[in-house]
Design a protein. Structure first.
Length: 170
């Protein structure tokens, strides 16, 4: 997606594909949404670069910083919210989100995840799990699916290469 006059209708955001040494991808269930699985994502604060936002959002949403950025999609991807959500989210200011997506290699242990925000606020996720990359799109709400399909396509070889590499001792 190139920058255009329409970009102002989309909230700037980052998306995070976090993969483990076996090539599985982290997904979280949105708090209070029984079928609302997604990868971590979040807004970019004023004065913050997308890379900085990526690492901040990872720490805030899943409670760990034990990951390294290994790739990013060169262009911004965007999706529209369904009209009823667009009216209620962000006070109706945005039609949807434009996202810069990053792939991160997880370098910790499952015990490193903590879904409770450090500031004691509301948790973004109430459960999480590792899934195979190819299963991502079936778990995601329909309006985000085209973005997830593109993310899977862009990062497929990266995740597959990780899964086929020998595991390093911790």
């Amino acid at each position: 997606m190139s920058d255009s006059r329409e970009d102002g209708l989309y909230r700037p955001n980052v998306g995070i594909l976090l993969f483990d040494p076996r090539g599985r991808v982290w997904v979280g269930r949105r708090a209070g949404v029984p079928h609302g699985w997604q990868m971590p994502q979040g807004g970019i604060d004023e004065g913050e670069t997308p890379r900085q936002a990526c690492l901040r959002e990872l720490a805030e949403e899943v409670g760990t910083d034990r990951a390294t950025i290994v790739a990013e999609i060169g262009e911004w991807l965007r999706y529209d919210l369904p009209p009823e959500l667009a009216r209620s989210n962000w006070r109706g200011r945005y039609r949807g989100q434009r996202q810069k997506w990053f792939a991160l290699r997880f370098e910790g242990r499952d015990e490193d995840f903590d879904l409770q925000p450090p500031d004691g606020g509301e948790a973004e996720f109430d459960a999480w799990r590792w899934v195979e990359l190819e299963r991502l799109t079936e778990l995601i709400v329909a309006f985000k699916r085209p973005v997830y399909e593109r993310v899977v396509e862009e990062f497929r070889t990266l995740v597959a290469d990780s899964a086929s590499a020998p595991l390093k001792p911790r």
